[in-house]
Design a protein around this ligand. Sequence first.
Ligand code: NAD
Length: 406
Amino acid sequence: MKNPFENAMSQLDKVAKIKKFNPEFIERLRQPDRDVRVTIPVKMDDGILKIFEGYRVEYNNALGPYKGGIRYHQNTEINEVKALAFWMAIKCAVAGIPMGGGKGGITVDPKKLSNGELERLSRGWVHRMSDILGPKKDVPAPDVNTTPEIMAWMADEFRKITGDKTGAVITGKPLKKGGSEGRGTATAQGGFYVFEALKKEFNLKDKCNVAIQGFGNAGSYAALIWSEAGHNVIAVSDSKIGIYNKDGINVKKAMEYKKKTGSLSGFPGIKEISNEELLEVECDLLIPAAFENQITDKNANKIKAKVILELANGPITPEADEILFKKGIPIVPDVLANSGGVTVSYFEWDQNLKGKHWTEKEVFKKLRPILIDSSNKIHNNSKKYSTDLRRAAFILALERIEKKMK
Ligand code: NAD
């Protein structure tokens, strides 16, 4: 299997074959503007000094300040961060917001740290990166395993170092610390708006059977939003286990259960299945909402979903993409499907800079038309260029970035 950055570049190659862009522009997009790696020393609770590796990749800022989350994971490495930063540049352009693409991370299993260690590590990351961050330069956000509380520590550290009091250096903060209403559910809610906008193109029935991989921020809220809209969520999973019930899972109860016990294992009235089985469940809509590279050439032929909507970033490898295309399974790509998250992040930045606070209703009222407009433009591109939605989305994004770079 290729690394995520090689996958991202192979997506770029495919798009450049469909629409002629200036070759120098495509060449420029093969490397990030800047790729920063730092070491972060942290005094652990037992008094021993531990050194962690941290990253920030600033991919492209033609449309605005670099924007993108910070991931804490034991497998996080530079190629993953570069791929995610590239996708952020595409995603911000797809959404049509004035932000560029960036991404950060630390190689760490945060579950093995105490709260104090986690705070020192997070403040350490900002300390080492403070020169390149800033509301008009580079604006991070949460990603896998990073929380509003971590964002608040980071914003506070940046304020201490630079004196910047706007809080606009980072988004995804808690509400009391300048966060935006609606940010917690924005990714899943945005995915739902996109689904609604494109549903008629897929000939899906009104009430769909939905399977969701991942039960964190993106996955659990997606399960809740789809089920509250009357769809039947038949399978969900976390890193340990998948649960299945052909008549539908009570999502609210599953969320409460997971919160209480830390896992979906043992949830009553369901059949336990593996994560592999979850992806292969017969359903109308499959939503990968966990990690990248989950659907590969090994399992793509076994997928029985009618449509896939990618809430996770990069969950389908390029090889699997080809197989699914041949099988006639449409894929709503991550750069469109999960762009609600970054759009509300942009709203937070905008509110911080203007000293405003919008209600949740205002936030979603602004979000919906943006995602519907992007969905329609991408659908039109897919017809115009006789291609899939992923390439159609990349074409829209590359056109917008190229125009600005010129
Ligand atoms: P999260 O940490 O809240 O949740 C991740 C979930 O995946 C957890 O339920 C975890 O148990 C599960 N998981 C881990 N390994 C798994 C495996 N091998 N198989 C199945 N499940 C597994 O993270 P999140 O914020 O929900 O992010 C999930 C994905 O969505 C990531 O790809 C992220 O980049 C993407 N995304 C998130 C947002 C956002 O706003 N949260 C925005 C855009 C994209």
